[in-house]
Design a protein around this ligand. Sequence first.
Ligand SMILES: Nc1nc(=O)c2c([nH]1)NC[C@@H]1CN(c3ccc(C(=O)N[C@@H](CCC(=O)O)C(=O)O)cc3)CN21
Ligand SMILES: CC(C)C(=O)C(=O)O
Ligand SMILES: [Mg+2]
Length: 271
Amino acid sequence: MSVHKEVKRITTHTVQEMKNRGEKVAMLTAYDYSMATIVDAAGMDIILVGDSASNVMAGHETTLPITLDQMIYHASSVVRAAKRALVVVDLPFGTYQGNSKEALNSAIRIMKESGAHAVKIEGGIEIAESVSRILTAGIPVMGHLGLTPQSIYKFGTYTVRAKEEAEAAKLREDALKLQELGCFAVVLEKIPAQLAKEVSESLDIPTIGIGAGQHCDGQVLVIHDLLGINKGFKPRFLRQYANLYDVMHGAIGNYVSDVKAREFPNEKEQY
Ligand SMILES: Nc1nc(=O)c2c([nH]1)NC[C@@H]1CN(c3ccc(C(=O)N[C@@H](CCC(=O)O)C(=O)O)cc3)CN21
Ligand SMILES: CC(C)C(=O)C(=O)O
Ligand SMILES: [Mg+2]
């Protein structure tokens, strides 16, 4: 036992208790040690090592190219920083669909090699077998319904999902199915607020929304979007809490100018 005082870790059970008592769940992505240290210190409940790393860290157009090894690298860095937050890791495209044994192996690799606490998987009834098999191994699973970006080439655009009743009905069923299988929470991405409200009320487990309105049990954003680092990206659901692009561009530009003008380093900044 350590003699140092340690903060109490958020668990999947803590997150369920939050829903039970009506406290909203705060979730944000992080992909590296330094950012995750700040996110954890700021009181985040859940840190998501999202496959959005493919976009914001690697510069790909979609989330499809990122590999399991790359996700494990990001996740292990975040785990070393997170003292309080629950760390959830996206299973990347091609590591779980249509093959529950491969899904289990992928989830086990994430848990074993990164030290994360849970995995997230996109999809409903079609991935039920994979979800079950991962849960059977004692690995907590977060679901993800609505705009599931790994299916972008099926959808064609990033517009809001489940506006038509047929897709809304399937989403309601999928959400119930994920809960029945034993998922501890489910992300609802870019669906009408009214549908997200109905799903949140019908489920016992918490819903975490992104572009899914104010009635979800929690919210999630991509950290680069929240901080305004990702200058071109400003969808309607996003609230930018800072403009770090301009702050960083200004600071870095000043450094370039100072070097060119021989103003950095000065006499006090040398040995
Ligand atoms: N930086 C970043 N933020 C995210 O929220 C995010 C990622 N990357 N990568 C993975 C997925 C993809 N998501 C996305 C991607 C694009 C839009 C988007 O462009 N939305 C625009 C246009 C939609 C349209 O085509 O009609 C919008 O105005 O909402 C939204 C969510 C959410 N995730
Ligand atoms: C946007 C969130 C939910 C996500 O899946 C990601 O960042 O990859
Ligand atoms: Mg994702």
